[in-house]
Design a protein around this ligand. Structure first.
Ligand code: ATP
Length: 332
């Protein structure tokens, strides 16, 4: 267990989408911490609420989506209630972002060097020559060959994998405390995926940054994460050290996901051995949202929703562990 300082703390986060019939709850009572130098993997099927959790943290929820409850803290400062302008500064400086499509982060009209140097100069008191040197060093650090030449090229002159490396350099150039990476390797070839993931992890270690890695790929989590949060229908079903979760899942949903651990690049959905599919937000069943698919369901699961309960070093929202300590009870 890490004794390092918490960088990101998410407490009881709730994200809603108001609609004519009421509110759809996309993220429901989600809490977790990511410590210095740590990678927290967030995994789950499509629609589980992974991306909405990430977007809420960085203040980029698309309206009408909104944070309807809970708190987000970065290095001990509450950030969920900041103005858009203040959040923009945090995104530029203290939280770096890496998305699935590198082209969403890169401007096709400018050279990668221009984009890196502009970002560096906005946040650091350097001369242009120093910023250029820093940009070249960073491109080298993320594995771009001949960075002193490639710095003057445009994004379209890079391959997909190389572009994602540039985005990582861009995310790191301001020395952020936190990187939020949402499916950063999904669009890439399998062999490139592993390289990018290893790179992210190494840089996180070296720069002392924390990473929240959103993916539907358990293989990526197994290779990269220190801890993993498994999401189901907007809630955390289980959270714990990655090896514990892989070797001895505490939630029947996680157990289903772990039926076979894929290698990097294989889709979780294809390997899932659980019958049925995740309910839509409009059709979340009473009790535990997983109960209609659960092989170990019993009466209580159909009527009462379980909160996270501590089990060994993990926590699971499952009545099978009803003799453990409920997180909610413990907090009271
Ligand atoms: N504009 C919207 N209005 C209503 N519901 C929405 C809207 N955008 C997203 N949602 C819902 O929010 C839920 C969570 O979506 P989210 O994108 O976070 O899932 P995810 O786990 O990241 O899935 P994926 O792996 O497919 O990205 C989904 O059920 C989705 O349908």
């Amino acid at each position: 267990m890490s004794t390092k300082k918490p960088v990101l703390e998410v407490r009881n986060l709730r994200v809603e989408f108001p609609n004519r019939r009421g509110n759809l709850v996309a993220v429901d009572d989600v809490s977790f911490t990511v410590n210095e130098g740590e990678v927290l993997g967030v995994v789950g099927e499509s629609g589980a609420g992974k991306s909405m959790t990430g977007s809420a943290i960085i203040g980029l929820l698309e309206p009408p989506g909104r944070i309807a409850g809970g708190e987000v803290w970065l290095d001990g400062e509450r950030i969920d209630n900041l103005s858009q302008e203040a959040m923009r500064k945090i995104r530029g400086k203290r939280i770096g972002m890496v998305f699935q499509d590198p082209l969403t982060s890169l401007n096709p009209l400018y050279t990668v060097g221009w984009q890196l140097i502009e970002t560096i100069l906005t946040h650091q008191d350097l001369t242009e020559a120093q910023a250029r040197k820093h940009a070249i060093d960073l491109l080298g650090e993320v594995g771009i060959p001949s960075p002193e030449k490639r710095i003057d090229q445009y994004p379209h002159q890079f391959s997909g994998g190389m572009r994602q490396r540039v985005v990582i350099a861009l995310a790191l150039c301001v020395n952020p405390r936190m990187i939020i990476a949402d499916e950063p390797t999904t669009a890439l070839d399998v062999s490139i995926q592993a390289q990018i993931i290893k790179l992210l992890k190494r840089l996180c270690d070296e720069h002392g940054a924390a990473i929240m890695l959103v993916t539907h790929d358990m293989g990526v989590i197994a290779e990269t994460a220190d801890r993993v949060a498994v999401m189901y229908a907007g809630r955390i079903a289980e959270i714990g050290p990655v090896q514990d979760v892989i070797k001895k899942a505490k939630h029947p949903y996680t157990e289903g996901l772990m039926g076979s651990i894929p290698v990097v690049g294989h889709d979780l959905e294809r390997l899932t051995q659980i019958e049925g599919s995740m309910p839509r937000l409009t059709e979340i069943p009473r009790g535990c949202a997983f109960n209609p698919r659960c092989p170990q369901v019993f009466d209580r699961c159909r009527v009462e929703r379980p909160n996270l309960i501590d089990v060994d070093r993990s926590s699971a929202a499952c009545w099978l562990h009803a003799n453990g300590t409920s997180k909610t009870e413990a907090a009271q």
